[in-house]
Structures are given as structure tokens and as C-alpha cells.
Ligand binder design. Structure first.
Ligand code: AMP
Length: 307
């Protein structure tokens, strides 16, 4: 089944120990949709400015992504600048220029109305909530956020979390959101804010899914999936969104939730995150094949599987 993502389409300026790029196509919706497109049909809702060309849009169209929900506004596209030091799991934001996002009113194409799966990518939590509330037929909503909104729009974020079934954030964000430095306690506190399940990403060390008691009727023991350390991380930007794209894209492709589906989704999330970081920007995600994805999934299984 198809999935809608709302999020940022951006031009990123990134510096990592492996190099530097200026104005590379990025954004939460871009990484998410490229990753999810390897699993299911993806529909995007976002806003871009005059500097976003047909060539940029073709990066998505070539992967079969439905871009009818990308609005073109006058002004500049969202821009983000960040850098990574030796600890590649944590980005330091240099600048965030909202640009066309400042006046963005999401408009959802009529053709998207029957969609059952939704991902609220990293943008202002009020925009996330507006899209969720307009899409009345949605059955499962995943969501993401970051320190920028946890600190800058906390109240709006708390409201949005009530609309999210599965929240995906990293260790640092979970602790910041919960105001608690113990990960299991932070997880319980975040789950009490609304989501039935919480995926906490541990960067290169994998991810853990925590459940609220009774969630999805599948038992509440947490489950962890690995990622395989790769030789050289060129650019960690988009790892989280690509993880979310693999995770949610796989769930949407199955059309239902079970413990087994969620476990496999967590593995596919790790697979897509690990590919994203191998090259700068979205390059690796654009060129991937399903064969490469399944081969790495198999590697991850062998890393942890006990006969
Ligand atoms: P991640 O997957 O967490 O590495 O997300 C990276 C992407 O998030 C980059 O391509 C940025 O353009 C985008 N981004 C960074 N800050 C924000 C923000 N405040 N709102 C929306 N998108 C953002």
C-alpha cells in the first residue's frame, strides 16, 4: 500500500571528516521518499522555492515517487547547514533557514486522500499535526522530530505526539524530550505522551523499539536490531530519514502490523540508514537496487541470528 510523507525538501551544506558539499539536495521528505520508494509507492507533501528545478524533481520522479504534493512557492527553498566531528552520530547545526516553510500551508492533493500510511517527517510539529488531521483515512502514522523543535516548539510537539502511532527519534532526542538520562525511563515517558511504539535509533549501533503496554496487541517486550559498521561513513546526513523510509516503507508494503513485521521493518530501517551514509547527500539511495538491499538485510540477520 502507498505511503504519504510530509517533510522538508532542502538544500544542505554539509561538512564531515570525509569532505564537504554545498547545496546538495536533501531534506527529511527527500531522504525518506527515496528510501521508502524501494519498498512501496510514495506520495510527497512539501514546499520548495524558485531555486528547485525540474532536474531536482526528477531525482524523485525517477524512483516513481508521486510529487504532485510538492508546492512551488516564490522565494528560496529550505536550507540547512551542519557539520559532523569525529562522533559521526551527532550533527552540529550551523544554520537553519526556513525560507518558503515560513508561510507553508500544506495542501493535500485529492488523489492522496485514500492513503492509509503516513509519515510525519522532521518539520514544524504544527505542520505535522495539520497534515495528520486532514488525512482522515490514515490508519498508521509514523513521526520524527529533532532537538530544534523539542526545544523551540515543545508545546506544539506534545500536541502532535498524541496523533503519532510510532515515533522514531535518536537516543539524544529521546532523553531531551523526556528530560531523563536513563534510556528505558525516557522511553516510558515518551510513550506516555501518546505513541504506542517508540523506535530509538542508536546511530551506528542499531535501533530499539519500545512498546506501550497493550500496543498493537503484540506484547510489550522491546526488540533491538543491529546495523553493520561500515568501513567509511562519508556523510551521516539523512541516516535517520532513510531509516524511517526503510522502516515505514516496509510496513506499508506489508499492509499490516505484527511483531514479525515490526522486527523486519527495524532491520530494513538499519539497512537503508547504512546505505545513506556511504556517500554524500542522496547519491547512494538513488542508485540502489533491491538486490543490494536484500543482500545487506541478510548480512544483518546473520550478524544476530541464533539457530
Ligand atoms: P537526519 O536524517 O536526521 O540526518 O536529517 C537530515 C535532514 O534533515 C537534512 O537533509 C536537513 O535538510 C533536514 N533538516 C535539518 N533541520 C531541519 C529542520 N529544523 N526542519 C526540517 N528539516 C530539517
Amino acid at each position: 500500500m502507498s505511503i504519504i510523507v510530509v517533510g522538508s525538501v532542502a538544500f544542505d551544506t554539509i561538512a564531515t571528516p570525509a569532505g564537504k558539499v554545498d547545496n546538495a539536495l536533501g531534506g527529511s521528505a527527500t531522504y525518506f521518499s527515496l528510501a521508502a520508494s524501494h519498498f512501496t509507492d510514495v506520495r510527497v507533501i512539501a514546499v520548495v522555492g524558485d531555486d528547485f528545478t525540474a532536474e531536482h524533481e526528477n531525482v524523485m520522479k525517477k524512483r516513481g515517487i508521486d510529487t504532485r504534493g510538492i508546492q512551488h512557492a516564490s522565494g528560496k527553498t529550505f536550507r540547512w547547514g551542519g557539520q559532523y566531528m569525529e562522533n559521526l552520530n551527532e550533527a552540529k547545526t550551523d544554520f537553519t533557514e526556513l525560507n518558503v516553510f515560513e508561510r507553508f500551508q500544506p495542501h493535500i492533493p485529492a488523489e492522496y486522500a485514500d492513503t492509509k500510511f503516513l509519515f510525519l517527517g522532521n518539520i514544524h510539529p504544527s505542520l505535522q499535526a495539520a497534515v495528520r488531521l486532514e488525512l482522515e483515512g490514515v490508519q498508521l502514522t509514523g513521526g520524527d522530530t529533532m532537538n530544534f523543535w523539542i526545544q523551540g516548539a515543545r508545546q506544539e510537539l506534545i500536541e502532535t505526539l498524541k496523533l503519532v502511532n510510532i515515533l522514531l527519534i535518536n537516543d539524544g532526542e529521546a532523553k531531551m524530550l523526556a528530560g531523563d538520562n536513563s534510556l528505558p525511563r525516557a522511553a516510558r515517558r515518551v510513550l506516555a505522551m501518546g505513541p504506542q511504539a517508540l523506535v530509538i535509533k542508536h546511530g551506528e549501533y542499531g535501533a530499539t523499539i519500545f512498546f506501550r503496554e497493550g500496543a498493537f496487541g503484540i506484547g510489550h517486550h522491546p526488540f533491538r536490531a543491529p546495523t553493520l559498521p561500515i568501513d567509511e561513513v562519508k556523510d551521516p546526513t539523512g541516516a535517520g530519514d532513510s531509516f524511517a523510509g526503510g522502516f515505514m516503507g516496509y510496513i506499508a508494503s506489508q499492509g499490516h502490523i505484527s511483531r514479525e513485521v515490526l522486527k523486519r521493518a527495524l532491520f530494513y530501517g538499519g539497512v537503508m540508514g547504512s546505505f545513506a551514509v556511504e556517500r554524500f547527500g542522496t547519491e547512494r539511495l538513488q542508485a540502489l537496487t533491491r538486490g543490494e538491499i536484500d543482500a545487506r538485510f541478510q548480512l544483518f540477520r546473520e550478524l544476530t541470528h541464533l539457530e
